[in-house]
Design a protein around this ligand. Sequence first.
Ligand code: PLP
Length: 397
Amino acid sequence: GGNSMKKDFPLLTNIDIAYLDNASTTQKPKQVIQAIVDFYENSNANVHRGIYNLSQKASLMYAEAHETVAKFIGANEDEIIFTKGTTDSINILAQSLKKTLKEGDEIVISEMEHHSNIIPWQQVAKEVGARLKYIPITDKFELDMDKAKKLINKKTKIVSVVHMSNTLGTINPIKELTELAHKFGAVIIIDGAQSVPHMPIDVRGLDCDFLAFSGHKMVGPTGIGVLYGKRARLEKLDPSVFGGGMIKEVTKEAATWADLPEKFEAGTPAIAQAIGLAEAIRYLENIGMKKVFVHGQKLTKYAQEQLSQIEGIEIFGPEENRGSMIAFNVKGIHPHDVSEILNQKGVAVRAGNHCTMPLHNRFELQGSTRASFYIYNTEEDIDRLAKGIRTAKEILK
Ligand code: PLP
């Protein structure tokens, strides 16, 4: 249960809060905080450079972090590139893939993408004269797969789609999209920022070419994220960030690239954060990702039941097959005002467009309020949310 887990999270003990903004970032357990402190107190040195013991120890720990992440998603360790986060992963990839595109090529994304999976492609499309196309969303808050089948064709070079929507909670049919993309020889990228923290992920099963996610949304530290890529894809791809650590040999005129994953990890990496992320993964594996998923499902179902009893509330997202969050609006009240009253009641939620403006436009919404759950949340947190919404209605009516 969620309650017994709360004691692992110092912030949740130090502050009286119903923390329901987990899709933005999660709290950190003491195990992760301690792993970072331990690293700085006992193992800190740069990686890949020193011959001395301390540097070798840091390098080993950093390599082990790649291994831990790899096992977690069913990949090989040389297929795991550490980045700053999902945004960074997609930008790095977009810059590298740009070199494989030509005028008239098509990039397919969807109407429910986070801005970080829209804007890099807008920029790339502009630069090379490619066309950016959007898979539409049905009135049931799902990808319109009939339209997707027409949109993805022999002109398509890249398909980049969110696995679990950070606003609707919709879980998209990745396997089907992967097969569709591969049928036409296109590369498929999955934005796993919300799915990797919430469900068991097996990149071999999904057969995606690339997967991006962030450590801080899965009880890990900020400043660390992952770009997974199939080895064959990564080997063929040119890097887009250059400098130390990513080269084999350098002359005044040219350079050759290091092996994977170093080729894509220029500069001193976020070593402590990578070690923190590995500890976060151990924490989640200890619970079991199936349990993590089920807990999220239970809380979301409970929130749907509780919130739908409030008059004038409109809940977005599919009825079934959805992730651990719930976005809603209260009739006649601005989302910012709802969240301000909730704040006064010690309930932290997100209000606005949640970096999904085209999605909100699709449903003609200015914004919404989003409550998102994680392993330590309880039904009491949701009761507090429902009570807060009722209070907001009374005060603001
Ligand atoms: N994609 C989705 C679906 C997200 O929810 C987020 C989180 O904000 C991101 C991408 C961007 O993640 P980050 O801010 O960690 O780079």
